[in-house]
Design a protein around this ligand. Structure first.
Ligand SMILES: *Cc1c(COP(=O)(O)O)cnc(C)c1O
Length: 401
């Protein structure tokens, strides 16, 4: 038995079976490369899952983590720690609109806080009946109950009913549907600037601006879920910067501390002040270790943005040119969040073949191959990725019509 077979067998004996891992055991990473238990090398174009935006084991982050680990890890929110203060200042500065930050540990948690705060804000203003959340079909906001209820994918709801009441879903990108859905019972509209888990669908031009206008007019809070598209993923620090509109609330996580668990809810002054003493909390939220790594990540991601834009444009252009006999239909996305849409072949088969060829990416449904490499991916690595993905697309068996 290989080391991989034995580890997979042990995992299958003790893990809850909620994931469908590839039969690969990763043991080491450096930059955009990872190595498995058999010593095979991979070019990592999924970067954790859009988490390791600065690549694996970035030397400056290792240094920051080690230094902080010798100094202080966690003191709870009974006290202050300097790293959390510095991180929140940096997030406020980077966001433009936010003046208040709540720190937590994951995307679902930051969305949970965002939706809870939206209700609390409206209730504090004397409108407890204004408790409805409008969200989009095919959205993804996480697996805790409120975030799950907001997630517009019924397959994730099955078996977990009753869901949190008061959430309704509308088609993504449809301004008229949004206008019709917002009433004097609506607390907030939550939307991803690019729907990531749905298959990498950027909001249509003008949609977020229209959402800003409609929500403001209606007294509804505009909430951006930037868990996937924030932290430089699109080549700008925040995904909504492409649209030039600011939300009232914004969630961040995934790449926030480059793979160390970290989440944040960013809020305007007016709304953020309603998360009053005792109303919400997180034991590990703002721990010094995570905050130190996130602070350094934020600085380094800022420096990596020009590379993400340049390499993203090159990757998009070369992937689009990969016609492979009409097997590549479209390349969607922005910066280094790309969905390669395939036809006549199965995206899952492409991903498995790519992996055997030494490239890691992931499939969304049967038609989309998602690439979310490190923002530090080099042009040579981008070309290597295109070569490997092109070979996998060409080798994939035609799907039965
Ligand atoms: C991944 C993701 C989440 C959930 O984040 P977790 O850290 O897994 O809880 C929420 N929203 C979006 C857009 C995501 O991509």
């Amino acid at each position: 038995m290989t080391p991989t077979d034995s580890m997979v067998q042990r995992a299958q004996a003790v893990f809850t079976p909620n994931y469908r891992q590839a039969p690969v055991v990763l043991v080491r990473g450096q930059g955009s490369r990872v190595w498995d238990a058999e010593g095979r090398e991979y070019l990592d174009c999924i970067a954790g899952i859009a988490t390791c935006a600065l690549g694996h084991c970035h030397p400056a982050l290792v240094e920051t983590l080690e230094r902080q680990a010798r100094e202080l890890w966690h003191v709870s929110n009974l006290f202050f720690n300097p790293r959390a203060v510095e991180l929140c200042e940096a997030l406020v500065h980077s966001s433009g609109f936010a003046r208040r930050v709540f720190l937590c540990n994951s995307g679902a948690e930051s969305n949970e806080a965002m939706l809870k705060l939206a209700r609390k804000y409206q209730s504090d203003l004397g409108h407890p009946e204004r408790n409805e959340i409008v969200a989009c079909h095919n959205s993804f906001h996480g697996r805790t109950m409120f975030a799950l209820a907001a997630t517009g994918q019924p397959k994730y709801h099955h078996g977990f009913e009753p869901l949190v009441p008061g959430v309704r879903h509308i088609p993504f990108g449809d301004v008229a549907a949004l206008e019709a859905a917002l009433t004097d019972r609506t607390a907030a509209f939550i939307v991803e600037p690019i729907q990531g888990e749905a298959g990498v669908f950027p909001a249509p031009a003008g949609y977020l601006a229209a959402a800003r206008e409609l929500t403001r007019r209606r007294g509804v809070l505009l909430c951006f879920d930037e868990v996937q598209v924030g932290m430089g993923r699109t080549g700008k620090m925040w995904g909504h910067e492409w649209d030039g509109v600011a939300p009232d609330l914004m969630s961040a996580a995934k790449a926030l501390a480059n793979g160390y668990p970290m989440g944040a809810l960013l809020a305007s002054e007016e709304v953020g002040l309603h998360l009053t003493p005792g109303s919400h909390a997180s034991t590990f939220g703002g721990n010094a270790l995570g905050a130190a790594v996130a602070l350094r990540s934020l600085q380094l991601i800022g420096e990596a943005l020009p590379n993400a834009l340049r390499v993203g444009a090159r990757l998009t252009e070369r992937l689009t040119a990969l016609r492979s006999g009409g097997r590549v239909v479209e390349v969607r996305g922005r910066g280094l969040l790309l969905g390669v849409v395939v036809r006549g072949i199965d995206a899952g088969a492409v991903v498995a073949l790519a992996r055997q060829g030494g490239l890691l990416c992931n499939a969304i449904g049967e038609t989309v191959v998602r690439l979310a490499p490190a923002l530090t991916l080099t042009e040579a690595e981008a070309d290597e990725a295109v070569g490997k993905l092109g070979a996998a697309i060409a080798a994939a068996p035609a799907r039965a019509p």
